[in-house]
Design a protein around this ligand. Sequence first.
Ligand SMILES: Cc1cc2nc3c(=O)[nH]c(=O)nc-3n(C[C@H](O)[C@H](O)[C@H](O)COP(=O)(O)OP(=O)(O)OC[C@H]3O[C@@H](n4cnc5c(N)ncnc54)[C@H](O)[C@@H]3O)c2cc1C
Length: 459
Amino acid sequence: MLSDTSVQEFRALLRGPLFTPADPGYDEARAIYNAMIDKRPALIAQCVDVADVIAAVNFGRDSGLDIAIRGGGHNGPGLGTVEGGLVIDLKLMKGIRVDPEARTVQVQGGCTWSDVDHATHPFGLSVPCGIISSTGVGGLTLGGGVGHLTRRFGLTIDNLLAVDMVLGDGRFVTASPDQHPDLFWAVRGGGGNFGVVTSFLFQGRPVSTVYAGPIFWELKHAPTVFRYWRDLILSDPEDLGGFFGFHIVPPGPPFPEEHHMKTMCVVDWCYTGDLAKAEAVFKPIRSVAPAAIDFCGPIPMPAMNSMFDALYPPGLQWYWNADFFTEVSDEAIEQHLQHGPQVPTVNSAMHLYPINGAAHRVGRNDTAWSFREANFAQVIVGVSPDPADNPRIIQWSKDYWAALHPYSSGGAYVNMIMEEGQERVQAAYRDNYGRLAAVKAKYDPHNVFHVNQNIKPAK
Ligand SMILES: Cc1cc2nc3c(=O)[nH]c(=O)nc-3n(C[C@H](O)[C@H](O)[C@H](O)COP(=O)(O)OP(=O)(O)OC[C@H]3O[C@@H](n4cnc5c(N)ncnc54)[C@H](O)[C@@H]3O)c2cc1C
């Protein structure tokens, strides 16, 4: 039990607001992106600077509270909040500094990818990120980071140069190739296990206008398009990215009315090569089968990164399952063709992201992210605004996943699983798990940060 006095003392240490259940704004402050998760923390500290974060870590630890760290609040199983504990929410820490000479980007822990795009685009730079711009930089980066630029520039962690962080004992450290290199190895894929990252330093990439966007095909073309895309994405130059998916065409503009609510297959392309050559690059793609909807063309990178935002506002019910795949055999495609067309709602989808190219040039033990030989990260997402849909979106995701799992590499991207038990966490890291546990024992021996896909400290 927390005494009023101790809460008052904690409040006095903070520059940012502290919410208890009795405070106005508590419900807004506790809401996270996935409305399926409804938790009531004892305290939510919206930190504004590193001093606030240090105070919050010390208070939470000394009070014996479970501590959750929140960046963008997008975590699928809702690990950015905790029942009865302390949420260290970084959402007010929004500073970004672009160094145009070095092409580096310093990003505070509460930024979303939309904030980063906004700051970097005027400099003709982009940091490889995910496909929805409201996602937090914190959680996405620390888990790995898969997106439109993965084939060209690697995972988000492959573009990370250093982090500043507050450890469980309240110490502030920088982790980089030269400072605490063991910690820097672990945070590149090991999630929020090691401390609160207050700032990320990224290498920006010269990406400004790309030739990109989704092309939809009727389901009758799905077998042809699926195989064509698979072969292309395994062999084509790295400046072509694109993930395959099954979607229901949303019932509104800009989608043509005659296609509203039709289930289709789609490839969301992203070509970062010479724009003058783009039409030629896409000529064979466009001739594989007649497209129903073709939104692929020149587009600024921030617009590309936020293209799906409207389909995924906060407050929807979310459930997902994931796996890595080294290959997608014709037999596996047959399974996709059975389950993909059964997408249950307009917000639900199956996505298969390519994670080859530049991401393969980093060794499987060079960062905590283990599946460097995998070519695809698959996610099956059941999403709906209506909680009454939960049984069917969850069942669809589970059934689809179960049908494909036998073809998988055996583990999944840690940022795209629910709370699925310790075995699944270990499977995500394979032989890197032991080293992660050793780093955890060194930097967080008492597991202060355990509200996450938890790596247990080695004994
Ligand atoms: C709509 C949507 C689209 C997505 N698209 C992609 C995608 O394209 N590519 C991709 O790779 N992933 C994607 N994801 C998955 C995403 O990477 C994870 O959900 C991730 O956890 C979100 O990070 P966050 O900061 O928003 O989450 P939060 O819920 O705030 O945090 C999640 C966890 O990350 C850790 N964490 C967050 N910030 C910090 C920090 N500063 N310091 C220490 N630990 C921290 C904590 O352990 C926390 O429990 C998507 C998720 C959603 C919901």
